[in-house]
Write a protein that binds this ligand. Sequence first.
Ligand code: GLA
Length: 707
Amino acid sequence: MPRYERIDGADRTFAILVNQTGAPELLYFGPRLSGEADLAQMAAILQPGQRESLPDHPVAPSLCPTNGFGWMGEPAISGVHDDADGAINWSSADVEHTSNGLEVTLRDDRTRLEVRLSYVLDSPTGVLTSRMRLINHGARPFRLHQAMSVCVPLPAWVKEAVSLSGDWSREGQLARIPLSPGLWSQTNRTGRTGFSGSTLMAGEPAASDHAGRLIVIHLAWSGNHQLSIETLASGRRLAMAGAHLAPGEVVLATGASYETPEAHLCLSETGFNGVSDAFHPFVRTRILPDAAGPRAVRRVHFNTWEAAYFDVDETSMKEVAAAAAAVGVERFILDDGWFAGRRSDSSSLGDWRADPVRFRHGLGPLIDAVRALGMDFGLWIEPEMVSPDSDLYRAHPDWCLHAPGAPRPGMRHQLWLDMARGEVRDHIFDQISTLLSGNAITCVKWDCNRFMFPAVSAGAPAAGRVVRGTYDLMDRLRAAHPSVEIESCASGGARMDLAVLKRASRLWPSDATDALERIRIQRSAGLIFPPEIIGAHVGPAPNPITGRHLPMALRARVAMFGHMGVEADPRRLSSEDRDTLSAHIALYKRYRPLLHSGRMLRWRTDDGAEAVISLSRDGGEALCLVCRSDTAPEAEAAPVMIPGLAASASYRITLHEPWPAIASRRLHDPAAWRRGRVISADILSQAGLRLPLSDPMTAWLVHLERV
Ligand code: GLA
């Protein structure tokens, strides 16, 4: 007899059945079903009839398909015992209810493999967390080839995959891929989360910012992984996500187990904004470390990278710090270049002590100066790396990942330390811990600037163990220094995921600080991550990566919609730009409680301007940014419809100044805007607000306050 089990959240139901062959199937994941819903009847009416040219027994897509007994698609688990055949067939399935979750235990009596699938539904947000544990009870070692964190059949309305691929300084390029029979997959072998991230979306072709259905899977893992959708000949589609394993990477001795990373799944019925509506509160309440949770005040950062690159010393950094404090910065972060002999990217990683020439008396005098200016102090480190030209490498040449007897190819002239080895982690822990104990440091920017190759430790493939070693190091440092925050960076946005975010308070999404690039990058990152953890800095003009000269108001306004910071050298700004910057830092501080707890919606206006709004949870206030990068084809911009306001309320609207210079000449009745207008929510959402938005690089900042 099939069995049926369900878990319900506030708005979602997750239901499974264990079929007559003992395989668990997803019966339903969608809007909450009534308590009376008859799951057996549901299964009966959804059951396809038997067709020609198929196995004699029904082989439905299970939650953990394996090959060998009629399932011809991708397996969620595959592997082989030494001297055995590799065919896996679940002979029994037990289901247990856990706290708002289900745990399904599958056993194969022949191979003596056991799998525990765990599903937990976060009731308020509807995000489902899935993971799997595989235990080898067999007498021989089991060589695991594939173990997915989640495997789910997709609804029939899914017609396309939506990926967020990227590269250095080009993170978050959204691409829609129509699905056709076969396997679509995004495999990451870089050893980090990767520039393309670890989020897979699948949806209706019509899914837009505000409308349409999407299934989203985020894999919480900072290493190699595979996200895939397979379309079978029958038309059924399955999505899978899990760590990518190299051959021989996981070999389970008798009694040993492998636990996958967690995958988080949500269904949106309101397009891309529905995805962030689920994930932002989930991240705020379930993922972020307490100290980085919703009550944390995100101080305005100044980061020295684009202001000075490697050229940092005590005297010049004290000057920069004074200029940064004068524009309102609250935290000064000394980026690369501060440690033992580091003058470029070619040396010194691993020697985590202040450079004796540039910081003759250590970091203390600079930190004291920064604190005297009312700021706190943060420091850049890259703990997992070693330069061949370093004392650490000279003392321990075999502490890096390497294949014995093979060359040690560099990337950015550096090698990856073997974080799978306890003694290596202990050494780095001691160095960083000493640095944190001896100096008043409140945050570290934890960087990771190369791909992991060869991912070999002690002569065996080890990519996953190295990632887990890094988590262990982060956890130990956090335990020893609980007040120190971690910002996760990897050549920009190559380590942004919900596993690192259990340890970090902030993510650096890209080295591109160009505001026009940032609109796209923050939009993509903002699907999963709430704005307060996405570092957003005001860069210099011309921008060092794109060469664009963008107005300060645009740069500052875009940065306000993340965790705001500055990288442009404040000493070199014109006095007008400095004033504009400090005015926007003041605005950021004023609106920070709203921006960092509100509901954030993004959309493209009817004529292609980019808009983002942060709405307070009680509907009392909102801050909206509308900007355009290029010249619009038509001179008269389309009205901007403002979503998410409290129906039947009216709002006092302020168009924050400075208004975009050229555009503001075409603003109708500017005096009336200056006096202030009160407009009802239905007019704002249905008729819209006509802002002059046809010129390039135009950014309007609109504040709405309920009256
Ligand atoms: C990486 C980071 C940058 C900066 C440099 C320093 O590229 O993404 O922000 O910290 O390293 O070398």
